[in-house]
Design a protein around this ligand. Structure first.
Ligand SMILES: *Cc1c(COP(=O)(O)O)cnc(C)c1O
Ligand code: SF4
Length: 338
């Protein structure tokens, strides 16, 4: 595989764990790297100890130097608006704690089961619906996987296992190999899906070894990436995504509609087109989950419909993602009617 040379930022080592270890954790440092230390943004910083700033330098390299409104920066910089308490925005907007049937297992979708295999992410997205999720109670180590796998094995209605998190690709290739082998041994599981943002912020996570492992699975494997803006993809991602596709892994994308990031007709169309150019199909466009601390990213339903109609009018059908929202207690996402 071709080696990826990050632009502008020097890295000691380019394996994904080293890149992750060098991630920026201070909002002030992030602004300094972008030459924004004396901008208006510097007055709006907020330090959230429980859900701090976390952003790999490979992602920062794709931001525009000197731009306060950079759509990538806005997704990861913690600002004072997160402290606002707004009616209707809660800590568990999706009622996940109720469907958290046992540690590490979320069974809310029919036929599909989410395994929480990692208690964290490689990037802390400020709009995240799981920003208050008690990962501590779900710290699923390899030992506890057995209980989760027993749950899957005893329910023949589960035909798809979805690895979730946190970010499931945060666990090592060795640990994943172990988990995959055990899932493969359950006869009624036909499909395996990985929801991850890690390859977006650190493309190097898609190691040859990981790809070979996924490709050799008895199950059909798909990967749903979480990309919200066309600029999150760069030439450096291409060889890794190409390798996935050559290995027969289906690549899909899920985006969240975010004010100040992608709430723009052209940007949304550009996102779909860019995804396709990288071999990824746009799958879902999500209305924001009403999680406390994320209200400044909200786009009204009215505006959302205008944006979506524009996409329908300007893109081929296969580049129009499904418009959906997540509602507590439902066994699938709710498609939004125009
Ligand atoms: C929506 C969603 C799923 C389930 O997706 P379907 O394709 O509707 O089965 C799984 N994981 C995450 C994180 C989701 O947002
Ligand atoms: S990668 Fe996904 S789960 Fe992790 S913080 Fe971002 S939105 Fe949340």
């Amino acid at each position: 595989m071709t080696q990826y040379t990050p632009e502008r930022i020097e890295l000691q080592n380019d394996d994904w764990q080293s890149i992750l270890a060098q991630a920026v954790r201070s909002p002030r440092e992030l602004l300094e790297l972008l030459g924004l230390q004396s901008s208006g943004l510097a007055q709006q910083l907020h330090v959230d100890k429980a859900f701090g700033v976390l952003v790999p330098r490979t992602y920062i390299a794709l931001m525009q130097h000197g731009d306060e409104n950079d759509p990538l920066l806005r997704q990861v910089l913690s600002v004072q608006d997160e402290q606002l308490e707004v009616a209707g925005y809660t800590k568990d907007p999706l009622g996940e704690l109720e469907t958290n049937v046992q540690p590490g297992v979320i069974h809310k979708y029919h036929g599909r089961l989410l395994l929480v295999v990692a208690g964290g992410c490689a990037v802390n997205c400020r709009y995240c619906f799981r920003r208050h999720f008690p990962y501590g109670d779900n710290a699923v180590g390899r030992k506890q996987w057995q209980a989760s796998l027993d749950y899957v094995a005893q329910d023949a209605s589960i035909s798809e296992v979805i690895l979730s998190g946190g970010d499931p690709l945060l666990i090592s290739d060795e640990a994943l190999a172990d988990l995959l082998a055990q899932i493969e041994a359950i006869p009624h599981v036909q499909r395996l899906r990985i929801h991850s943002r890690l390859p977006v912020v650190i493309a190097q996570r898609l190691t040859d070894r990981l790809i070979r492992m996924l490709a050799s699975s008895r199950q059909q494997v798909s990967m749903v990436l979480h990309i919200n803006h066309a600029r999150e993809l760069s030439a450096s991602h291409r060889p890794y995504l190409e390798a996935c596709r050559q290995a027969g892994i289906s690549l899909l994308n899920q985006s969240v509609l975010l004010k100040g990031v992608n709430d723009d007709e052209q940007q949304l169309c550009q996102l779909s087109e860019t995804l396709f150019a990288y071999g990824i199909l746009p799958y879902y466009l999500h209305q924001l989950d009403r999680v406390q601390g994320a209200q400044h990213f909200a786009v009204s339903d009215e505006r959302m419909r205008v944006l979506y109609r524009y996409m329908l009018d300007h893109l081929p059908g296969y580049l129009v993602p499904r418009l959906a929202r997540e509602e507590a207690g439902r066994t699938s996402k709710t498609l939004i009617k125009l």
